[in-house]
Design a protein around this ligand. Structure first.
Ligand code: B12
Ligand code: SF4
Length: 462
């Protein structure tokens, strides 16, 4: 069969937006892996990425030119409006095309998606087993239920994600790039790629869970180290990447796996720098793992510090403390690991003093990259349910699930104060700015190894 996979992530930057910042340089790993699975089954697969098209008319023209038998659309909550509009256009242009929708939003808010009769099938949870089965049944003329529930696949049995699906499509519309994704910090030189080593998370943050488990199950499934290294070798051959990033929710949750990976990464001759997500408590408890990662190329951690208030950290079920946040930052500095600080402002029940605690924590951490977000209640999370039950929701349209839109997201907040806090949280103290500049100049002009050797000699050491 001919399947067109559709990525409609244009709620933020719109059409013609490939390469314009964080939301627009990423592939969807969900679609990339489904493409690989479908191709393995002998299907013809292509991509319609709305971010690389010029507008709805262009989408119409492409549908008419390609005439797929099936369109498979992926959807986060923020993508609801463009996905529904895409469904309308597909139905109008190709009335016989089967429309299948899957991804986080259909799984976590099935009741919002299923009533749309234009959608032939809604696939919830993962898609690698059920989607090909659905296509086999459609080919055989078998009737299938509209709501399809998937099983959780064994990740090592899956083919590697089809990164070219995105790159080939973007190139058709004039986007010049050596690799499918664009790096976003100087520590990660291009060509750049992303990989996912596992699914699921054992932690229990209230702004995320149980949604993450509803999609991927309660257990963590990690690919074998050999399988991940195999994919990296494939990506090295294909794109000669100079840096990469793990997209896993929490790669470092299993230190044994991480250390095995570090050994294999080095043994296979990889030296490319990489970033991954971690948590403050893991960094503090497993400093030796941090050291092992830094030794083979880890250049930065994304850390969900979230808040500087222990009361708020407890309320959101983060399982970390302010003291662990500060200690994790100290450990990162020690090993020269850049800190990408994720934190939230405007959480339910948060007081102005607690917001100030977050600001003071950030002054102490002095992260390399600030990544603030106004708290957004995402469907599928306990805090979403809390906001609905307590009549706090101000989100009226799915576009507002984006990170930092202009309007407030929950009731009872002093918007002006939060906007000032957003600016203040990212302002470096003069002392921190000076320390940074000194460090930069030191790295650039001094030879620390020489200076240390000289100092040792002067002190009568070796
Ligand atoms: C990497 C990532 C990003 C990246 C790249 C996103 C992208 N374009 O794919 C970046 C940093 C850009 C990002 C941004 C955001 N993200 Co994000 N992100 C992730 C993360 C960590 C991994 C995604 C991934 O690749 N997963 C692995 C793949 C294999 O899973 P998958 O995509 O879900 O696909 C599987 C199934 O869902 C299903 N499926 C998916 N699509 C389809 C389609 C069909 C037809 C079928 C049959 C099946 C199917 O089959 C796939 C294979 O099993 C997830 C958490 C997670 N663990 O998944 C959050 C997650 C998807 N993100 C989330 C959110 C909220 C956001 C933001 C809105 C955050 C914000 N406020 O700014 C933005 C949205 C920006 C945008 N418009 O793209 C939420 C979504 C929740 C929701 N209710 O929608 C998640 C689940 C995190 C969470 N637990 O809260 N994100
Ligand atoms: S926010 Fe991250 S660490 Fe917390 S439960 Fe979700 S995936 Fe796990």
């Amino acid at each position: 069969m001919h399947i067109s996979l559709v990525y409609a992530g244009i709620a933020g930057k719109g059409f013609d937006s490939i390469g314009q910042g964080m939301d627009s340089g990423w592939i969807s790993h969900g679609l990339a892996i489904l493409s690989a699975v479908l191709k393995r089954e002998g299907h013809q697969v292509d991509l319609l990425d709305l971010r690389s098209l010029h507008g709805w008319e262009h989408f119409r023209e492409e549908l008419l030119a390609r005439r797929p038998d099936v369109c498979g659309l992926t959807m986060m909550s923020v993508d609801f409006n463009p996905v529904m509009q895409a469904v309308d256009v597909i139905t109008e242009v190709l009335p016989d095309c089967h429309i299948v929708v899957g991804g986080p939003h259909p799984t976590l808010a099935t009741a919002e998606v299923l009533p749309n009769e234009k959608i032939d099938h809604v696939v919830i949870q993962e898609g690698e087993i059920s989607f090909p089965q659905l296509l086999r049944d459609l080919e055989a003329g078998k009737e299938r239920e509209r709501l399809v529930v998937d099983e959780h696949p064994d990740l090592d049995s899956l083919p590697y994600a089809d990164h070219d699906l995105f790159l080939d499509e973007w190139r058709r519309w004039g986007y010049e790039a050596e690799s499918p994704e664009a790096p976003f910090v100087p520590e990660l030189p291009p060509p750049f790629v992303t990989v996912i080593a596992g699914r699921g998370c054992i932690y229990n943050c209230a702004f995320c869970k149980p949604g993450e488990s509803l999609i991927f199950g309660n257990r963590v499934r990690r690919r074998s180290v050999a399988n991940v290294i195999g994919e990296l070798k494939d990506l090295r051959e294909r794109y000669a990447f100079n840096s990469f990033m793990f997209h896993d929710d929490c790669l470092t949750e299993n230190p044994r796996w991480v250390r095995e990976f570090c050994e294999a990464y080095q043994a296979e001759g990889f030296t490319q720098p990489f970033f991954c997500q971690s948590r403050a408590d893991i960094i503090v408890k497993h400093e030796e793992t941090v050291a092992a990662m830094a030794a083979v190329g880890l250049k930065g951690y994304f850390i969900g510090f979230e808040s500087g208030s222990d009361r708020v950290l407890d309320f959101i079920g983060k399982g970390t403390t302010r003291a662990q946040n500060l200690e994790a930052a100290r450990i990162c500095r020690k090993y020269g690991i850049a800190i990408w600080a994720n934190y939230m402002l405007g959480l339910p029940t948060e007081t102005p003093d607690e917001v100030r605690e977050t600001i003071s924590m950030l002054k102490e951490i002095d992260p390399d990259y600030y990544s603030p977000a106004f708290f957004t209640p995402h469907p599928g999370s306990r805090l979403y349910d809390y906001c609905v039950e307590n009549d706090l929701m101000l989100i009226r349209d799915h576009d507002e699930y984006a990170r930092n839109p202009s309007g407030p997201k929950i009731k009872g907040q002093d918007r002006e104060f939060l906007l000032r806090a957003l600016v203040e949280s990212q302002r470096r103290t003069p002392a921190n700015a000076l320390k940074r500049e000194a460090r930069r100049l030191w790295r650039r002009y001094a030879r620390p190894d020489k200076v240390v050797r000289k100092a040792r000699a002067l002190l009568g050491g070796g």
